[in-house]
Design a protein. Structure first.
Length: 653
């Protein structure tokens, strides 16, 4: 990449407050540096120590890292363990009665489940899976709502060595079919439906539609949990969750597996549009989730932890289904949505359950600011001690609102950069050690060797944009793309980068070594020979008092190379006519002032919202198609709000 100068000018720096630092798991910058130095001086010894310290092994490992078949790295490969044992059994003797999960249903009903109770449920379901013919290495598709049953199903698969692939409950039958066929699933676990925002949304019908298409002959059974008691079609292969549990023992000896045994396959979007089955190994993945919860989320035994992510995404795997349970935490699991019955739901739940660590997405925060920025003041949020963000860079203005209004200026914010492929946090502040800058994910975790380089692997200077890479393998990393080793090798380890892992993100480092994520590599715009990160323009727009949210994409331009198209959601009503023209002019001038005339959007399109998946992710690929005037042919069934596309097709301003 040609070097480009940064235009991110955030100057606020927030040191860890003394009270937090004193009690933090990693206390003070010197403690952070000591861990980094240990990893640099003895990389294998560092990770080997942590693996022995954090994980229970049935058969101890003797080799930490095998690089002989790079980039197909193997960690702790001669060791044996079981993920479910590490999440459940080892807590029973010391804290079996401790609450593992506080489940809050869509309607506000709460259920408390202890480690002993969760262990019993997982064992019964694991025995039921074995009775259905599922054995070690079989692939199981889990297509369930956000629920205790989803976690039970994941843990039960892990217990018997089956490889689970969770498909987000908002995905369409087409997406489900792609995943079933690619992974060769033997079993599908689903529900009749799910409750979201007071509505019943069907799930089983999508499974029926997916299986009616060709290529699903591998599926022998469909287990159906009756969550909503809706009328559904029952087929010959369908069995009721409740029926298969009848007579099953609540004792199930775990299947001890090799450290490199695949724990799960999780599909993520690829540049080709065909989803990639990201394959994670048991030991290294579990180690990554545990260390990051201790270091970044500063987990303590008396915390009430709440990660708002659905288990259909990597965040819900790492920081709901595995990391918290491996540490013996009490966590909140939420079925519903943040705006039902009103936009105070998150804050009401924090007060109700006395949540101390809250981890959510910037998109959710921005939406809640728009829908009720003053609502948090109506709730007691004094139980909070740490706030986190995940999924995308958080713009400085949203960061400051989160810090001041939700955290009352006393809770550190951990802005975490990581990916489906990395398995766990990679670049994030250790809240008792690292000063934070709004908009920056700060510094790499100890043992993570991150850098910003050119296309040939040479380092770029500070405050210039390049490719974000990881220079050395790490335990929780992707092991392969299921069934496509070549795509894995060429996509993540291109020859030009000399063995570095290519994240697909562009980034900058400032004079303090802090990392600023600038967006995906294909989200860098080339405007009249100047390269601009879309995140920079989005942050500038979001800083305007009129703007609630913005997304920026490029459109081919015959003179300038690319023109800048901005999709903007205002805090007020969607404007039209002369008012839209006036606000467009105002925002263009604003961006010109914030960044420079080169960054002024050529077009601004106003919408009541942006096209998002039900998890809150903005579908930028659709926005690029709209900008180019292309017909939308992609599957839009995963969108929370498909009508927004028609709105955004209207004339630009």
């Amino acid at each position: 990449m040609n070097a480009i100068q940064t235009v991110v000018t955030e100057t606020n720096v927030f040191e860890p407050n003394a009270a937090f630092r004193k009690l933090a798991n990693i206390s003070g910058i010197e403690a952070y540096r000591a861990l980094c130095n240990e990893a640099e001086q003895d990389y294998s010894g560092f990770w080997g120590r942590l693996a022995n310290q954090n994980l229970d092994w049935k058969k101890p490992f003797t080799e930490v890292l095998d690089e002989s078949d790079a980039p197909f790295y193997r960690w702790f490969q001669d060791g044996e363990l079981n993920a479910s044992w590490n999440c459940l059994d080892r807590h029973l003797a010391t804290q079996g009665d401790k609450i593992a999960i506080i489940f809050e249903a869509d309607d506000g009903t709460s259920t408390h489940i202890s480690y002993m109770q969760l262990h019993g449920r997982v064992c019964r379901f694991a025995n039921a899976l074995k009775a259905q013919g599922i054995t070690c290495g079989d692939r199981v598709i889990i297509y369930l709502p956000m629920s205790v049953e989803a976690i039970v199903a994941m843990q039960a698969c892990a217990r018997i060595g089956a490889i689970h692939s969770v498909v987000f409950g908002g995905f369409s039958a087409k997406s489900l079919h792609e995943r079933i066929t690619d992974v060769g699933a033997k079993l599908v676990i689903t529900s009749d439906g799910q409750f979201r925002g007071g509505k019943v949304i069907p799930l089983k019908a999508a499974v029926d539609e997916a299986l009616a298409q060709g290529g699903c002959e591998s599926v022998e059974k469909v287990i159906v949990h009756q969550r909503t008691n809706s009328d559904i079609l029952w087929n010959e292969r369908d069995v009721r969750w409740s029926d298969i549990l009848t007579g099953q023992s609540d004792v199930c000896e775990p299947t001890w597996v090799n450290a490199e045994h695949p724990l799960f396959i999780l599909y993520t979007s690829g540049s080709t549009g065909k989803p990639k089955g990201v394959q994670h190994a048991t030991a290294g993945y579990l180690l990554g989730t545990m260390t990051s919860m201790q270091w970044v989320l500063d987990y303590k035994p008396n915390d009430i932890f709440w990660c708002t992510a659905d288990v259909g995404w990597i965040t819900g795997h790492s920081y709901v289904a595995y990391g918290p349970l491996a540490l013996g935490a009490t966590q909140v699991v939420f079925e519903g949505i943040p705006t039902y019955p009103d936009a105070g739901r998150f804050w009401q739940m924090i007060e109700k359950h006395k949540v101390s660590i809250f981890y959510t997405a910037p998109t959710a925060i921005r939406s809640l600011i728009k829908l009720g920025g003053d609502l948090p003041h109506q709730y007691d949020l004094s139980s909070l001690r740490l706030l986190g963000t995940v999924g995308e860079p958080i713009n400085p203005e949203t960061w400051m609102w989160y810090f001041e209004v939700i955290g009352k200026k006393r809770c550190p914010i951990v802005d975490t950069w990581w990916q489906t492929e990395t398995g766990a946090h990679m670049i994030a502040p250790l809240p008792g050690a690292v000063a934070t800058k709004p908009g920056s994910c700060t510094l790499p975790l100890p043992g993570i060797m991150a850098a910003v380089v050119n296309e040939d692997g040479t380092p770029v200077e500070n405050n210039n944009t390049g490719l974000l890479v990881i220079k050395k393998p790490w335990p929780s990393m992707i092991r392969n793309i299921w069934g496509n080793a070549e795509r894995y090798k060429h996509g993540y380890y291109p020859d030009t980068l000399h063995g570095y892992y290519l994240t697909g993100d562009s980034a900058q480092q400032d004079e303090d070594g802090y990392f600023w994520i600038m967006g995906r590599i294909d989200d860098v715009l080339n405007v009249s020979g100047h390269r601009l990160g879309t995140m920079e323009i989005e942050s500038a727009l979001a800083a305007n008092p009129l703007v609630a949210e913005a997304a920026v994409v490029g459109k081919p331009h015959e003179i300038k190379g690319e023109s800048i198209i901005a999709y903007v959601v205002l805090k007020g009503a969607r404007p039209d006519g002369e008012e839209a023209n006036r606000i467009t002019s105002q925002l263009r001038d604003w961006v010109g002032k914030e960044i420079g005339p080169i960054a002024k959007p050529d077009e601004i399109r106003f919408g009541e919202n942006l096209p998002k998946t039900r998890s809150g992710k903005i579908m930028r690929r659709l926005l690029r198609s709209l900008a180019k005037g292309e017909e939308i042919t992609a599957d839009i069934s995963t969108l929370e709000n498909p009508h927004i596309l028609d709105q955004l097709k209207q004339a630009a301003h």
